[in-house]
Design a protein around this ligand. Structure first.
Ligand SMILES: [Zn+2]
Ligand SMILES: [Zn+2]
Length: 357
């Protein structure tokens, strides 16, 4: 698995608000708490919550997987501080007197955006985010699974490997900007630079465009993307796969893939967060006298003790038999027989008399 750029830039531990020594269980419970709080269903039209929800999902995608977490820790141990400056060359900036150089983003922070200059349009572009739909059975949503989604997206052109130059040729250094990707405009106190119009900020020029992609470096292709859906996803939840979206342009990173999960209802079980719910019929006699009844779980059955005098609709909690360590909530429903034999009718009539007396 390739080390991802986000890994160096984002502190996933901070995102989940856990120490880097947190146990797997703590990571999961921190994620659950935040996911519940920030879930789009609970925060309609709240962009901040939506962004944080994405971050939290992305963080858990890595920290919730022991193998990925190990790689992430290792990448950060080796690479923290090296994360800035990725993609270089393309973005504009300005030089202040004394030769200090700022990125536009920093500049607008510094000057409150007074200059009205935004990030230049040229330079490396992040690929588009993609959305895919995935239909899961109830059991698959409970246990999680590895599967794949099919979609059509931009990928690096196979003919030129994404370079945009015809096979056998290479991009040449841009003559206008001399590979810097920016050209300077001197306007009084500050020297501004803007993206080079000849090379659109990439610093290189394609002299012989690839015939397949006409120099764009990307091709539209149906793709089958492997995805690991974590256990316990909810109907309607979006799972984020960082950098699995469209290919970036001009050296930019790929976009993200969002998989919206649809969970089919189950004939027996319901879900309430990480708890499973199920209804079990008991006879009037069992409810009145008490009995041991069995209830289905996702893996088999459990038995539970129904005490004497249990009213219909009472719910019993069976620890740990739900989703990802949640509980199974068993609701008993006193069943009334649709038909009675003569003997049963006689006994019930006697019982009625006895109860009325
Ligand atoms: Zn091409
Ligand atoms: Zn140029």
């Amino acid at each position: 698995m390739a080390v991802q750029r986000e890994w160096l830039e984002k502190d996933y531990y901070q995102v989940l608000d856990v120490p880097s020594t947190a146990s797997e269980k703590d990571v999961t419970s921190a994620y659950r708490k935040l996911a519940k709080k920030l879930h789009p269903d609970a925060n309609p039209n709240d962009r901040t919550a939506e962004e944080r929800f994405k971050d939290v999902s992305a963080a858990y995608d890595v920290l919730g997987d022991p193998a990925k977490r190990k790689e992430y820790d290792e990448a950060r141990r080796l690479g923290v501080g090296a994360g800035r400056g990725f993609g270089g060359g393309g973005s504009g900036g300005f030089s202040a007197p004394g030769g200090m150089r700022f990125d536009y983003t920093d500049l607008s922070d510094l000057l409150g955006g007074a200059f009205g200059r935004r990030k230049p349009a040229g330079g490396p572009k992040k690929g588009a985010d993609l959305e895919a739909e995935l239909h899961l059975s109830f059991a698959e949503a409970v246990s999680g699974l590895e599967t794949s989604v099919n979609l059509t997206s931009d990928v690096a052109c196979g003919m030129c490997s994404g370079s945009g130059s015809a096979p056998g040729t290479s991009p040449v250094i841009c003559g206008t900007c001399g590979s810097r990707g920016v050209i300077d405009d001197n306007q009084g106190l500050f020297g501004f630079s803007r993206p080079c119009p000849s090379c659109k900020g990439t610093g290189m020029r394609i002299e012989t465009p690839c015939p397949t992609c006409a120099g764009s470096g990307v091709a539209r292709k149906p793709r089958r993307i492997k995805v690991r859906i974590p256990a316990g996803v909810q109907d309607g939840q979006r799972v984020v796969f960082k950098q699995r979206g469209d290919a970036g342009r001009d050296g930019g990173p790929p976009g993200d893939l969002f998989v919206r999960v649809h969970v089919a209802p189950d004939g027996r079980f319901g879900r309430s967060g990480d708890d499973l719910t199920v209804t079990v019929p008991v006879s009037f006699a069992d409810a009145a006298l008490g009995a041991t009844v069995s209830a289905p779980t996702m893996e088999g059955t459990v038995t539970l003790r129904v005490p004497p005098g249990t009213p219909t609709g009472r719910t019993f909690r069976v620890k740990g038999k739900g989703v990802k360590g949640g509980d199974l909530l068993v609701t008993v429903e006193v069943a009334v027989p649709r038909t009675l034999t003569d003997e049963q009718r006689h006994l019930v009539e006697q019982l009625r008399k006895a109860l009325e007396a």
